[in-house]
Design a protein around this ligand. Structure first.
Ligand code: VGL
Ligand code: ZN
Length: 203
């Protein structure tokens, strides 16, 4: 079985001190660096938004945490984060990039958010990652990174729906838990879809 590791959004803005910090988000980096050798291919994703992105509360002059609906897609409004070219959008300096095969940027369309590494939030527009994985005959998809209840969860959902055997490496992820309870809800849903939740020692 050939396997790919997808490291989601380990960027400054999602780490403590950043614009949309995931509590202890940076603590997973040593584990992520350690496990990379166990995979045939390694992908890193980068949330990469234009200045006026639809997911920013500032774009709508609304409050962070407000939920709006655009074209039937629910959108939580976030603080401005991961703006293209900014320090916050850079990958965390401690993430070891030597074994990384592909860096994939997502969320570049100002009018649509993209939590998943596979599809934008319309569930239709591809990032191309599905074809890359299929084209290389990789069969098992392992996901880690930030945030467990958003980009990791949406990516795992799309991976399993795309027919890949899908694993989430729980001790190599952290969640935001906004709104309260969203981590538990995401884990329950992933388990119900047949996604395996493992710890890195099981690799
Ligand atoms: C993410 C919220 C907004 C994530 C990205 O990487 O989980 N969350 N943009
Ligand atoms: Zn984002």
């Amino acid at each position: 079985m050939s396997r790919v590791l997808i490291i989601i959004d380990l960027q400054n803005d999602f780490c403590p001190g950043g614009a949309l910090p995931v509590p202890d988000g940076d603590k997973i980096i040593p584990i992520v660096n350690k496990i990379m050798t166990k995979f045939d291919k390694v992908v890193v994703t980068q949330d990469w938004h234009p200045e006026n992105h639809i997911s920013f509360a500032s774009t709508h002059k609304k409050n962070v945490g407000d939920v709006i609906e655009i074209d039937d897609i629910k959108q939580i409004l976030w603080p401005k984060h991961c703006v293209q070219g900014s320090y916050g959008a850079q990958l965390h300096k401690d993430l070891d990039l030597k074994k990384v095969d592909l860096i994939l940027r997502k969320g570049t369309n100002p009018n649509i958010d993209s939590y998943s590494a596979f599809f934008e939030n319309d569930k239709k527009t591809e990032t191309g990652l599905r074809y890359w994985i299929k084209g290389l005959n990789l069969e098992e998809v392992y996901i880690c990174g930030l945030a467990l209840d958003y980009c990791v969860y949406y990516s795992a959902y799309d991976a399993v729906k795309s027919g890949f055997k899908t694993f989430v490496i729980k001790d190599a992820t952290k969640g935001v838990n906004v709104p309260e309870g969203s981590i538990e809800k995401a884990i329950k849903h992933m388990l119900s879809l047949g996604i395996k939740i493992i710890n890195h020692e099981e690799l």
